[in-house]
Design a protein around this ligand. Structure first.
Ligand code: OAD
Length: 241
């Protein structure tokens, strides 16, 4: 893969870097994306599974779906692109901002990860907020041991607020980075989709990594139309040569 010379020069300056990831980042680890053809939203009704109202109407189906996704997230292997990001943080300051809830950046060993849409790793009671678990559940629906309410994953559903700490950290890092890598997201969901434009306005080089790039014209300086598992290791290789 040939990288743009200006990108290679910037990498060699060890720039402050933000890596913004979406579902495509985990595709090569075997986790389905949402909107690609054959993706999760082709097969499932989003409003039934990823909204508060849907959860209350279809509690058992929603809990089973999230429990299954958690189990999958715990068993798949983070691919070479994840390892490349761990390597990059030994070379330069790297902040990862992810829309993903699968925890693969943590499992790979990245140290600064802001999860904009929450996480599948933990859960809590929909009624009283008591912390709980879903991943190892075998009996559904899963109830709170404190109040009997339904257990939901610690993910952000449509119509809910994003976690304030992760959001402000993501914006702060984006406004101060010199390199912004936009990896594996269809840029459909806000406020995450606004980050590349913000980075560009603040003076960063914006690079989109996606076999089917989708950023509006004029946002990315460069596009690498390759899978994350190939493009991210290529960036690390550019530092070695
Ligand atoms: P999408 O499913 O919308 O988009 C996945 C993107 O990954 C597409 O642009 C693909 O072209 C790209 N892609 C596929 N394979 C890839 C690969 N190997 N390497 C790089 N890119 C690849 O997923 P997101 O943009 O993450 O929100 O979706 C954003 C949010 O919408 C999700 O966090 C979720 C969803 O509904 C909530 O649930 C709140």
């Amino acid at each position: 893969m040939t990288l743009p010379p200006r990108l290679i020069s910037l990498l060699r300056e060890r720039p402050r870097t933000v890596v913004h990831t979406g579902a495509g980042m985990s595709a090569e680890s075997g986790i389905a994306t949402f909107r690609s053809s054959g993706g999760m939203w082709d097969r499932l009704d989003l409003m039934d599974l990823a909204t508060p109202d849907g959860f209350l109407r279809h509690t058992e189906a929603s809990q089973r779906w999230y429990a299954q996704r958690m189990q999958q997230a715990q068993t798949v292997t983070p691919h070479a692109g994840y390892d490349a990001l761990v390597h990059l943080e030994h070379e330069m300051p790297v902040t990862i901002v992810t829309q993903n809830v699968d925890g693969l950046h943590h499992r790979a060993g990245s140290s600064t990860v802001h999860e904009l849409h929450g996480t599948l790793r933990t859960a809590h009671c929909f009624a009283c907020g008591h912390p709980s678990h879903l991943a190892d559940a075998t009996d559904f629906p899963v109830h709170c041991t404190t109040c009997g309410g339904f257990i939901r994953p610690d993910v952000v559903w449509f119509g809910e607020m994003l976690p304030e700490a992760a959001l402000s950290a993501a914006f702060a890092a984006t406004e101060t980075c010199a390199l912004f890598l936009h990896v594996g997201t269809s840029s459909n969901v806000y406020p995450a989709a606004s980050l590349p434009g913000l980075a560009r306005d603040a003076g960063a080089m914006v690079v989109e990594i996606n076999p089917e790039p989708g950023l509006p014209h004029g946002v990315a300086h460069y596009t690498l139309p390759h899978p994350a598992g190939q493009a991210l290791p290529a960036l690390v290789n550019a530092l070695r040569t």
